[in-house]
Design a protein around this ligand. Structure first.
Ligand code: BTN
Length: 327
């Protein structure tokens, strides 16, 4: 822990109580001037700290941001978010940053978060927009011992973790749309972009990028997605702590990643099926150059979509965009 982090921990331990510069200086074995400098840095990070010549310092409030300290507070994991959480006020894309870090050898569980992305990326070459500080833009590094064709399973695993985190933190009826969108009332609240570096028979690393619309208002959404997207705020009229939601995601990702390692994909597939409302419904699926319509029959043991088309044929779809069709 850095000196600034230790100072913050002291202030948090005694939140609402005045601590003199002299006391803090003794506790951290640094001068009162150094304490004053670190307090200034914490205020810049958004912490509300009152200062008084006579009484010293008192912590009144923490910022709603995804700073490493805020996310790590009370985090119950041993891998995800444990080594480093890299926080950017703005960056191109957390997936790109995680990719660089993974190439440099960052361990499994490394996390990258940003308050704002200038080149946020979505599935199938689309972009991902999230207004500054209103949503969660985070990427996680995994180093699974699997072959590349098993990677789609990790995408479904992530959608289960994210959907469960949303259900645990907000009173909403969230469900999963194949392969990995999280919806509330048919509108998208979270999306996942999984990218990997692999050879034919070996995966070096996987980056799972998660975007969640948390405190996003309808007005701050671009007009072309206003009808298709939603947020926890739009659904409930309440603001949520993004740090708490991200922490819950990390805890659930760790749990499901362990399940995947020890028991394989089967239990995750079962949970995925409980969290979707698509099975048995009429859908259309856009794949590269064609659109199929039919009934969403199931997902198979690889996480692929099985649909029964209008001719009654079963089709196995590896990747595509699903839209519900009215019966
Ligand atoms: C989709 O639904 O198309 C996937 C969206 C994924 C967005 C997240 S935000 C954090 C991470 N960084 C990115 O550039 N994209 C993902």
């Amino acid at each position: 822990m850095s000196t600034k982090e230790i100072l913050l921990a002291c202030l948090k331990e005694e939140k609402g109580t005045w601590l003199s510069g002299e006391f803090l200086g003794r506790r951290l074995t640094i001068s009162r001037t150094a304490i004053w400098k670190h307090i200034g840095a914490l205020k810049k990070d958004g912490y509300i700290i009152e200062s008084s010549r006579k009484k010293g310092y008192v912590l009144r409030g923490s910022p709603d941001c995804l700073l490493e300290n805020e996310v790590k507070e009370g985090l119950k994991t041993s891998v995800f978010g444990k080594s480093r959480i890299f926080h950017f006020s703005d960056t191109d894309s957390t997936n790109l940053q995680a990719e660089h870090l993974a190439n440099e050898g960052a361990p499994e569980g490394t996390v990258v978060v940003a308050e704002w992305q200038t080149r946020g990326r979505g599935r199938r070459g689309r972009s991902w927009f999230s207004p500054t500080g209103e949503g969660i833009c985070a990427s996680f590094i995994l180093r699974p011992q699997i072959s590349p064709n098993e990677a789609p399973k990790l995408t479904l695993m992530a959608s289960v973790a994210v959907a469960e985190a949303i259900l645990a933190c907000a009173p909403v009826n969230a469900s999963i749309k194949w392969p990995n969108d999280v919806l509330i009332g048919g509108r998208k609240v979270a999306g996942i972009l999984t990218e990997m570096k692999a050879e034919m028979d070996r995966v070096y690393h996987v980056v799972i990028g998660v975007g969640i619309n948390v405190n996003t208002t309808r007005e701050s959404l671009p007009s072309d997605i206003r009808d298709k997207a939603t947020s926890l705020f739009i659904e409930t009229g309440r603001f949520f702590s993004r740090a708490v939601i991200l922490r819950t995601c990390l805890e659930l990702l760790e749990e499901y990643n362990k399940t995947f390692k020890t028991h394989g994909f089967d239990p995750i597939m079962k949970r995925w099926k409980q969290l979707t409302k698509m099975i048995g419904t009429k859908i259309s699926v856009d794949v590269i150059d064609t659109t199929y319509t039919g009934i969403f029959q199931d997902i198979n043991e690889d996480g692929f979509l099985i649909m029964r088309d209008q001719e009654g044929m079963l089709r196995r779809i590896i990747s595509g965009d699903v839209s519900p069709l009215n019966k």
